[in-house]
Design a binder for this molecule. Sequence first.
Ligand code: ADP
Ligand code: TRP
Length: 320
Amino acid sequence: MRVLSGIQPSGVLHLGNYFGAIRQHLDLHRQHDCYYFIADYHALTSIRDRVLLHQYTCDVALDYLALGLDPEKAVFYRQSDLPEVTELQWILTSVTPMGLLERCHSYKDKIARGIPFDHGLFAYPVLMAADILIVNADVVPVGQDQKQHIEVTRDIAQKFNNLYSEVFVIPKDMIREETAVVPGVDGQKMSKSYGNTIEIFSEGKALKQAVMSIVTDCAPVEAPKDPDTNNVYNLLKLFAAKEETSEWAEKFRKGGLKYSDVKKRLIELINLEFGEARERRKEISARKGFVEDVLASGVNRVRPIARETLSRARVACGLD
Ligand code: ADP
Ligand code: TRP
């Protein structure tokens, strides 16, 4: 099975990225043929500062490596090192109906939030289709918010295959139901662009501040509470073992529970989960040139596959 996924370097990675996507990427990469990349072309639609784009790109690479990605097992590269995807994007753009893109939620949501409207934002799903189709991926592990983009990819691939010839593999999404939408500190979907994140690598004071800012209701301590609608509980259950999660649920329902105690436990669990990765991150970031070498070797591994697919697409539509 060939697996592909990308993550934008558009900010500091957070628990939503970890549970929604990164953890699946790590779980899959020891058994399958995996391709993971840093989607810096996509990030151009939101990051307009060259220094920041460099910084975030390097941070995403460090985060993945520190969290346990083995670059010998998965092919790990930077999207803009593979400009073949942009040529394929144009070929795909030419068979993409406007209506397909006009229906995309992610672009409509961004417009609704007043994010400036440009063509890159609108064409974003076609570039994503090119990322996926160029390596002939079977499966794309992502969070729920990307589901529609994979559907668009399937539609574009089918349209091309029907119009010309069977060039593209039709990919499927892979979404873990229990972590499909991780809530942010305000209870909305956690997202870099909503300013409601808890960062994977934050520690000490910054972590405490983020966890303490999780919004809760102001019901009195003794009142029984519904765990399922509670932001702290919903974050805690991502980290706690099953038994501990049930014990907390029980305490919520019984009443007499202080939210500050649950938050303290959540901080402990976050420290346990990411403690080792934090140390590894410090060690890797001190190794000069390491990240660049990993990404350079990754793109060398994916390029022959990408060139092969691109060449078949060019021949199919008459660009040979
Ligand atoms: P953001 O919304 O913070 O910009 P991205 O769009 O870069 O995050 O998402 C990167 C990956 O993480 C995608 O696969 C996405 O589905 C997943 N993801 C992001 N936020 C969440 C969340 N709150 N819950 C589950 N998955 C998420
Ligand atoms: N759009 C994805 C996100 O914001 C990132 C991405 C770009 C991607 N290209 C991809 C994900 C291809 C999966 C496959 O999260």
